[in-house]
Design a protein around this ligand. Structure first.
Ligand SMILES: Nc1ncnc2c1ncn2[C@@H]1O[C@H](COP(=O)(O)OP(=O)(O)OP(=O)(O)O)[C@@H](O)[C@H]1O
Ligand SMILES: [Mg+2]
Length: 271
């Protein structure tokens, strides 16, 4: 079997040394896999993705990416840094962090131009991605004036255009309408068929089956509660409820209070 591209061993991370965000994380990710991270708010999903993207480093345990330990100082090596940034692309949960240019077009083209992709090639990629995401009419606008969903699409475009080997997506469908969510899932699947590795944090159970070979569920204790194929996990409504991934409705039928689990309608049933 191939060497994992990411390997995490007993990784611990806390913010400011006092707010634990991940504990004892073990994880191996191989090239071409589709990995999903689920968990309640605050369970550590974004922190995990930031570790994978080399933005923060484990305080205990170790993380290796492409055979190199990701630790303080590793990005001081300009060659490693450039190579890593070409290989791994993160779409942040909050698109405002990613968007800083005067126009959408400049924002989307910023990454590839920085990384040495030529202007012609960049323009060519831009045209295709803008078309795929339906954002042609936003290109000359200011990113800060866009709606939440429009911003998210632009943020996704600005990562996709780098054509990273590993695509790391933090809640890529949050705030998107059903048709746009579908388009994002299609883009993810197309990237995966081309051999790219996809790592997604999400709350959107409707997309989990399609975008995952394996799902990691983080618990409120910020540990891995379960690792499983999506079909079996999605069938376990008790477990999903326990981890805030589905909720119980409480309401009245003919004056009788009663609760029942919120049904998960299945992957082909976008709402
Ligand atoms: N900058 C920060 N400073 C201090 N604590 C933080 C910071 N960012 C996150 N945390 C804490 O770390 C824990 C994990 O946060 P994280 O953002 O990784 O969760 P998440 O699973 O992505 O949540 P959500 O579903 O809300 O996006 C939480 O308890 C949070 O309060
Ligand atoms: Mg998050």
């Amino acid at each position: 079997m191939d060497e994992p591209i990411f390997s995490l061993k007993d990784v611990y991370f806390s913010y400011l040394g006092k707010y634990p965000a991940l504990r004892g994380i073990d994880m191996d990710i191989r090239q071409g896999e589709k990995i999903t991270v689920l968990g309640a708010n605050g369970s550590g999903k974004s922190t995990l993705l930031h570790l994978l993207d080399g933005l923060i480093f484990p305080q205990q345990g170790a993380i290796r990416a492409f055979g190199v330990a990701l630790q303080e100082g590793v990005f001081n090596d300009a060659d490693f840094s450039r190579d890593f940034r070409k290989k791994v692309g993160l779409v942040f949960q909050n698109p405002d962090i990613q968007l800083f240019c005067p126009t959408v077009e400049e924002d989307i083209c910023f990454g590839p131009l920085q990384l040495g992709v030529g202007e012609k090639e960049t323009a060519c990629r831009l045209e295709k991605i803008a078309d795929d995401l339906g954002i042609d009419d936003l290109l000359q606008r200011s990113p800060h004036q866009l709606s939440v969903g429009e911003k998210r699409k632009v943020a996704i475009a600005s990562t996709l255009i780098i054509e990273p080997q590993v695509l790391v997506l933090d809640e890529p469908t949050a705030g998107l309408d059903p048709k746009t969510s579908c388009a994002i899932v299609e883009i993810i699947l197309r990237a995966n068929s081309a051999g790219r590795t996809i790592i997604t944090a999400t709350h959107d159970l409707h997309i989990v089956e399609e975008i995952s070979d394996r799902v990691y569920v983080l618990s409120r204790e910020k540990k891995i509660a379960r690792v499983e194929e999506p079909e079996r996990l999605l069938a376990d409504s008790r477990f999903l409820e326990e981890h805030n991934l589905i909720h119980t409705h409480a309401h009245c039928h003919q004056r009788q209070a009663h609760t029942h689990p919120h049904q998960h309608p299945g992957p082909d049933h976008h709402h």
